[in-house]
Design a protein around this ligand. Structure first.
Ligand code: HEM
Length: 414
């Protein structure tokens, strides 16, 4: 092994062709090595792991890789570029940019709210929201003969659930400023231009949330925001900036990704990928995990910094350089999963890295699986005759790191 930097591979992980059929690209990348180096917009040069073993090291081994930019000389944990506006910096110092005790103490404040036992209590709300959105979809199908599943169901449902859980919905309905709509726009920032355009909106949201935080301090309610502002919760009391950053992260992480799991799963079940999909209804949580493995809506982890010069797989990485796990590829690693390119709804056990791993493993994984299973099972039970609109070309979203569709047109078959 020479300690030479690996040459950058020219790959475009944003194209519609890649999003429609990523399997071929993953196989090609795996053939080049368990780690490949490329350039990604906004991130620059980054080493990407293509197999399970190296992906696990990147996610779990905090003695080798860190999310906290301060450990490799950046001023902020998020390791943000100098031009990123000051307004965003406190928001970016969140669970996903901190390590060790700082991360543990923050995570402790929210862990309990996303455990299965708390989610059991949330199930009636999940059912109610799913039913509302399914009725809206059915109504649109009856009136127009076609309807968009993403806009009418997959986007609003997780958004309403996470808003209620946090305690944001009442305020946003009452207020002229639509807090939910503004927060959800944050999830679609693709680059520096979008970021600067979004600043006035972010300023308004920040002010509103600051107001809500102060209000909850005086008038606690039975929601997660009240638990976060309370000095008596699990773990240490949080500062207002920490609460703000947490609410931003939970809101954005809590609905966007679930939206994409819902739409990718429905698309996969309806497009003939698996014969006799209806034999597997109602879908179990395991089957939804297999859909997650197969579709991999989050394609890539947040980049980590290398803590020292080191070898990872077949490449040499210098201290401070960035490395991320290509989750989609790792979920299709044939040295780990039998027949990874087959969607097997009866697969057991289901192994995947779709929710990451290690200390930063997804906080909302049980919620996401539960929401998706509830929605798809209710939809198929009540409307077994839905199908993909035959003439549609899928509208793939071009954001790097996510596999997502902007719309999914459905029709009813007579
Ligand atoms: C299908 C849906 C979802 C997928 C595929 C997904 C995926 C992921 C992945 C891969 C990570 C790790 C990122 C990394 O290590 O760089 C992560 C972390 C996280 N996710 Fe999710 N997620 C989903 C839904 C949710 C939901 C519903 C919430 C609700 C709160 C949520 C909240 C979070 C948070 C807070 C973290 C950071 C945890 C930490 O740093 O300790 N996610 N998610």
């Amino acid at each position: 092994m020479t300690h030479q930097r690996q040459k950058c591979v020219a790959i475009d992980l944003q194209t519609a062709e890649f999003k429609a059929n990523p399997h071929t690209t993953w196989q090609q990348l795996q053939a080049q090595g368990s780690v490949i180096t490329t350039r990604i917009p906004l991130l620059g040069r980054v080493a990407l792991t293509t197999r399970q073993a190296e992906s696990r090291i990147v996610m779990r081994d905090t003695t080798r890789f860190t999310l906290d930019g301060r450990q490799v000389g950046h001023k902020q944990s998020a390791g943000m570029r100098w031009w990123v506006p000051g307004l965003l910096k406190p928001l970016a110092n969140n669970l996903l940019t901190l390590e060790g005790e700082e991360h543990r103490s923050l995570r402790q404040r929210v862990d309990y709210a996303f455990r299965r036992v708390r989610l059991d209590a949330l199930q009636p709300l999940i059912n109610e929201v799913a039913q509302q959105q399914i009725d809206t979809l059915a109504d649109a199908l009856s009136r127009h003969g076609q309807a968009d599943f993403v806009t009418l169901v997959a986007r609003p449902m997780p958004q309403q659930v996470i808003s209620s859980l946090l305690g944001l919905s009442e305020k946003s309905h009452r207020d002229d400023h639509d807090l939910n709509r503004s927060l959800s726009r944050l999830g679609s920032i693709r680059g520096a231009t979008d970021l600067f355009r979004a600043l006035p909106g972010i300023r308004t949201i920040t002010k509103q949330l600051e107001h809500e935080i102060q209000h909850r301090k005086q008038n606690p309610q039975s929601d997660l925001l009240s638990e976060l502002v309370s000095p008596d919760g699990d773990g240490r009391p949080l500062s207002d900036d920490e609460i703000l950053a947490m609410v931003f992260l939970l809101y954005v992480a809590g609905h966007e990704t679930t939206t994409h799991l819902m739409s990718l799963s429905l698309w996969t079940l309806l497009n003939g990928t698996v014969a006799g999909a209806s034999d597997f209804l109602p879908l179990t949580e395991k089957a939804v995990n297999e859909l997650l493995r197969f579709t991999s809506p989050v394609q890539m982890t947040k980049p980590r910094f290398s803590l020292y010069d080191q070898q990872l797989g077949n490449v040499w990485i210098k201290r401070g350089e960035t490395v991320a796990a290509l989750i989609g590829a790792a979920n299709h690693d044939d040295t780990w999963i039998n027949n990874p390119s087959v969607l097997d709804l009866a697969r057991s056990p289901v192994k995947h890295l779709g929710f990451g791993g290690g200390a930063h493993v997804c906080l909302g994984m049980h919620l996401a699986i539960r929401e998706t299973a509830t929605l798809l099972n209710m939809l198929f039970a009540q409307h077994p005759n839905i199908a993909l609109r035959p003439t549609s070309t899928t509208a793939w979203n071009q954001r790097v790191g996510l596999r997502a569709m902007d719309s999914l047109m459905l029709v009813k078959i007579p």
